[in-house]
Design a protein around this ligand. Structure first.
Ligand SMILES: C[S@@+](CC[C@H](N)C(=O)[O-])C[C@H]1O[C@@H](n2cnc3c(N)ncnc32)[C@H](O)[C@@H]1O
Length: 397
């Protein structure tokens, strides 16, 4: 948990948005650190907020909502949950750029923001919750459940999104947890749904904390744990399925890494096949890391697999792994961008020992081979099918 104090001098929203950066997430001219939904949510919240409002923010991408509420709406304290560690770091960087300073974590009366996991500490007593709607209904269900369960009984949830990414299913999910669900008028291609009248948790939904659902994957004979936010849910991605067919050919490494692990299927399957290996399953998403930990536990592999939330293995020592397995992202949020995959190739090159191997699967149309050769070392195609290529890059000395 990180806590900051000292309110920003009252700024205009333009000043704040103009300062925001995505770093350490990938940056490019067509990628922005805030969107029209952030503005709409802050405008919609303005009339409801006083300096002492107990405000929680969920899904803030790079800090636009948190810093907007602190800097322009005069709220003294904001509790915020972001799934991605890159978003958490960006919020801290952006706060520092706006003149915020780190506070004593024990300072109960501090002004500023607290970065917290999705759960009671984030939400207890919250009267207003601002939410950037997530991509999946399963993730929305987890968030709405947490809000209805832990926030004040009269909490108002303002959930906003880009209209092209919203569906009627979102209203239905919210209606499971709130008595009143009211879509508001759309502005600049964004819309807010207001939910109130939290339904008390029923016995059926009474869960002791934030736990992933576990499903058995027959084709791998593997139990897979999946939070709502995780890539592919509890299913096996078709690229990952193809990469797994090469498992018997992969080297036996003392330390192997499942990079961008999602539910940790690659980590679990490699650990099971190589009893001498220690495996790190790492992802920038808190939901992914918790899921990978759940998958390891569900298959009795928790002593062999370490789950680590990190951005592109930034805390993993250079030259410390003999093998990296990677099904790279090529979507950055809603935009398609190759930078996310390339960032992970660079990370693999740094963390592999000389002679260590990076096994990657990617869509055939992606021209990754020259990039892998340049960043990591000699690269060969180990197999391909109509959709995917599996490449092996050997870390040059
Ligand atoms: C295509 S998914 C693969 C998930 C899983 N390995 C599988 O095969 O089902 C890519 C994963 O990379 C993660 N990721 C993206 N950028 C990352 C970064 N900078 N550092 C760590 N993980 C990242 C995403 O959160 C996502 O879980």
């Amino acid at each position: 948990m990180t806590r900051w104090q000292e309110p920003v001098a009252q700024n205009s929203l333009e000043d704040i948005f103009g300062t925001l950066r995505r770093h350490p997430d990938v940056e490019a001219p067509n990628l922005q650190a805030w969107d029209a939904t952030d503005r709409l949510l802050l405008e919609a919240a303005a009339a409801r907020l006083t300096p002492d409002t107990r405000l929680a923010v969920i899904g803030d991408r790079y800090g636009a909502l948190t810093l907007g509420a602190l800097g322009t709406l005069g709220v003294r304290r904001v509790r915020v949950h972001e799934d991605l560690i890159t978003g958490e770091r960006a919020l801290r960087n952006n706060a520092a750029a706006l003149g915020l300073a780190a506070a004593d974590p024990g300072a109960v009366d501090a002004t500023g923001f607290d970065q917290l996991a999705l759960g009671e500490e984030l939400l207890s007593g919250a009267g207003t919750v601002l939410l950037q709607l997530p991509r999946t209904l399963a993730e929305l269900d987890e968030i709405a459940d947490a809000v209805a369960r832990h926030a004040a009984p009269d909490v108002v949830l303002l959930a906003g999104g880009r209209i092209k990414h919203m569906s009627l299913g979102m209203n239905a999910v919210l209606a499971r947890h709130f008595q009143t669900v009211q879509p508001q008028l759309a502005t600049q291609k964004s819309r807010i749904i207001m939910a109130s009248g939290a339904r008390p948790a029923t016995e059926a939904t009474e869960a002791p904390g934030w736990r992933p659902a576990v499903e058995h994957l027959d084709e791998l004979d593997l139990d897979v744990a999946a939070h709502g936010a995780v890539f592919a849910g509890a299913k096996l991605d078709i690229g990952t399925r193809f990469l797994l067919t090469f498992l018997p050919e992969m080297p036996q490494a003392r330390h192997a890494i499942d990079l961008g692990c999602g539910t940790g299927i690659l980590a679990a399957m490699y650990a099971r096949q190589n009893p001498g290996a220690r495996v790190t399953a790492t992802d920038r998403s808190a939901a992914a890391v918790a899921s990978a930990q759940g998958t390891a536990r569900a298959n009795g592999l928790e002593d062999r697999i370490t789950a680590l939330q990190d951005d592109a293995m930034s805390t993993v020592p250079a030259g410390s792994a003999g093998l990296v397995l990677l099904n790279p992202p090529f979507h950055l949020g809603a935009s398609v961008h190759a930078g996310a995959g390339i960032k992970l190739f660079e990370a693999a090159a740094r963390v592999l020992a000389p002679g260590g191997e990076l096994w990657t699967v990617f869509n055939r149309h992606l021209q990754y081979l020259p990039t892998l050769g340049r960043l990591v070392g000699p690269t060969t195609v180990r197999g391909s099918n109509p959709k995917f290529t599996v490449a092996v890059s050997t870390r040059r000395p």
